[in-house]
Design a protein around this ligand. Structure first.
Ligand code: AQP
Length: 344
């Protein structure tokens, strides 16, 4: 083909769909914070992008004391089912298990070699988690390199995540830039996508701490899980920590009240003035009741779809096998380029 023909073929081609990679660790049951900060955002934007949604089971091993093989396998399938139940179309989007693709740990090794220790030492998640276990595995320390591999293998443009992952997305950019500088252009530099409200849902029992799966396993009033029945949702939200006043304004509320207001805002999409008008000056009982209702209604269709998906024998295994094949095509191509550039 002559040059002019290439030019005209390029200009008439449709614009490239932006690529998204995101994932959740199968370390317990997903909670409403995971849904708002990540899953609902993925579902909302799924038709706009080419999406790869991973179940990050290798990351779950970073705290090996908590792992039981049978439970991890079951939990990975539960996460896959919850992705679909939350509205992610498994045909249009690629859903896969991280551990099914050796390209992930392979690239993680290469990236680990170009990541200075100081960059990893700065990670706040490492500092927090290493303080919580008696013996700290090197996997917990180097896990951001694996996370960078997860993202860079797909040449992702965007990584839709909660606020707690911002530092990790920034680190991924730094690692990609360092590799590209040392060996030649291989990776696209990704950007994080965050919600303006709901990117950091706080624990109901302690609104100064981010809601997390691991804390939810230890403390019953901490989180609402996506599979909680209505009576449990009610019990958790009605006992949420607030304060002794009746201030229900976003700007002045105490952390617990603000958490409830933001949950209500993000799930109902009502304007702030309307929400403040409804709840300000009243006791927090009415706010808690309204949040309970909206959370129960949000979870109802998710739980119904979850029951359907998990009652079909073989469905999830087939889906994950096909997802691994589709993801592998892209991941292996990027890995081949990284190997060629590094001489491996
Ligand atoms: N509280 C949250 N608010 C908004 N988004 C959140 N995410 C997590 N917590 C919140 C987002 O959910 C995705 C999956 O993250 P994860 O698997 O790390 O979930 P987790 O609940 O944080 O799990 P763990 O195992 O309990 O981890 P730690 O102990 O680190 O909290 C991500 O997009 C995350 O941002």
């Amino acid at each position: 083909m002559v040059e002019g023909q290439i030019e005209s073929a390029q200009t008439s081609a449709p614009p490239r769909k932006k690529i998204v990679l995101s994932g959740v660790q199968p370390t317990g049951v997903l909670h409403i914070g995971n849904y708002i900060g990540a899953l609902s955002l993925w579902a909302q934007q799924q038709h706009e992008f080419k999406n790869y949604f991973m179940i990050a089971d290798m990351h779950a091993l970073t705290i090996p004391e908590n792992i039981k093989a049978k439970e991890l396998r079951a939990s990975s399938r539960r996460v896959a089912a919850l992705y679909i139940a939350s509205g992610i179309d498994p045909e249009e989007n690629v859903i896969f298990l991280q551990s099914a693709l050796p390209a992930h740990p392979y690239l993680a090794w290469i990236l680990g070699c170009v990541t200075p220790m100081g960059w990893l030492e700065r990670m706040t998640q490492f500092k927090t988690k290493s303080g919580q276990t008696e013996s700290v595995g090197t996997g917990l320390f180097t896990y951001p390199a694996l996370q960078a591999a997860d993202i860079l293998l797909y040449q992702a443009d965007y990584v839709p995540v909660g606020e707690d992952q911002r530092q990790h997305v920034e680190l991924t950019r730094d690692i990609a830039a360092r590799f590209n500088h040392l060996f030649g252009k291989c990776f696209r530099l990704p950007e994080g996508l965050y919600r303006s409200t709901g990117a950091r849902v706080m624990g109901f029992d302690d609104p100064t701490a981010k809601m997390s799966k691991s804390l939810a396993e230890q403390r019953s009033g901490h989180a609402v899980n996506l599979l909680d029945p209505p009576n449990v949702v009610k019990k958790t939200i009605m006992s949420a920590v607030t304060d002794s006043g009746n201030e229900a304004r976003f700007e002045h509320a105490s952390p617990g009240v603000r958490n409830l207001l933001e949950l209500y805002e993000v799930l109902t999409k009502e304007p702030r003035e309307q929400i403040e008008g409804r709840f300000h000056g009243q006791g927090y009982g009415s706010l808690k009741k309204a949040v309970t209702e909206v959370v129960v209604e949000t979870l109802r269709p998710i739980q119904e779809r979850y029951q359907q998906i998990t009652s079909e024998p073989g469905y999830l295994d087939d889906l994950l096998a096909s997802g691994a094949e589709r993801a592998g095509e892209v991941a292996n191509r990027t890995l081949a380029k990284a190997r060629q550039l590094t001489g491996l």
